[in-house]
Design a protein around this ligand. Sequence first.
Ligand code: C6P
Length: 417
Amino acid sequence: MSNAGLDSAYDVAAVRQDFPILDKPLPGGMPLVYLDNGATVQKPRSVIEKLVECYENYNANVHRGIHSLGDQVTTELEAAREKVRALLGADEVEEILFTSGTTMSINLVANAWGRKFLRAGDELLLNEMEHHANLVPWQQIAHERGAKLRFIPLTADGRLDLTALDDVLTDRTKLVAVTAMSNVLGTINPIGEIAARAHARGALVLVDAAQSVPHGLVNVNDPRVDFFAFSGHKVYGPTGIGVLYGRRKILEAMDPFLCGGNMIRRVRKESSDFAELPSKFEAGTIPIAQAIGLGAAIDYVQGLGFEAIAAHEHQLTARAFDQLQQIPGLQIVGPGLAHRGSIVSFTVEGVHPHDMAELLDRKGVAVRAGHHCTMPLHEWLGVTATTRASFALYNTHAEIDALCEAIQYARQVFRRK
Ligand code: C6P
């Protein structure tokens, strides 16, 4: 599909050639219009080839084997860790922990930091737009430790209401856990202001960057945050790999979360001493090939440039906004273009979101429908489900048009019923 003559900082048609899945017709023979990028993005050939290279040429366990393959794979893994460090602007490579994904990264903090440092009466500051991965682990640990959850209110258009921040951010707040970009509303949150105000109160800041990293909102020192979690599969890397960045001092003070091989220095019958960072938090065999594949994904997105990617995605979102708003009965949830990334969720009068997704699929358009792992947010919205289109660096303007045509088709199907 062409880019319909619209300017992009890179050649979208050429970029699409890097993604083998994109020109494979669906089982019914229709072309794929993949707009479910918030769930997971497609993988460029360089990432797929890196996985094959790893398994074909230097498959071994890391940090263990005293043999050439073990050395080679360890070098590759640590090179990938350094790429993540550079991407995030972290001070030290030991602050980069490999996990299985954002969910695991946040659970690690909730358990390893929360269990040790939360006391009865302490407060954790959340908000209703958080994904369950940045909500349920905090509920669990707060319950266990006798801590209290508080919530930053949302504005009517789905942004964090920072005018009310001082009401909920108190001297008892120990940690603010906040998404950099909502997976439903698309809202981009002002992490800098939140972090500055939280730090002034002595609270730590954890950023759920699962949705923001693919769009280039990546730095852990500007603004300065304490924990930063993301998933490889949403940033063009493999599934099964994620990252937790944590400030060295805090990570060192935390006890391990998972225990077993690789995370120890000395084990006695009754007690153990733990390894230095990052091994202390990387028990067992980590997803080695996937971490190396994540390194290749970082090379890929940096090759295109985050600024260029964000600019292209902004154009797509603007076009979607413009066209969707003209569809009768369609209601977009969340803020205006100035405050959102490339996610547009909506409802259409008379068509259930699940039916909508199914009818769009008939036209080859892949979107997500449901509560998107944000049940409290949907309660706040007053609906049980929405349909979500989410755009990536390889999507085209013609695909936005295809989405809108498919929605019109779905409306007609339901009008006939
Ligand atoms: N959101 C979506 O379709 P994992 O599953 O661990 O890679 O990522 C969890 C997660 C955490 N935070 C945010 C903001 C997210 O969007 C996600 C994953 C997917 O919206 C799957 S539910």
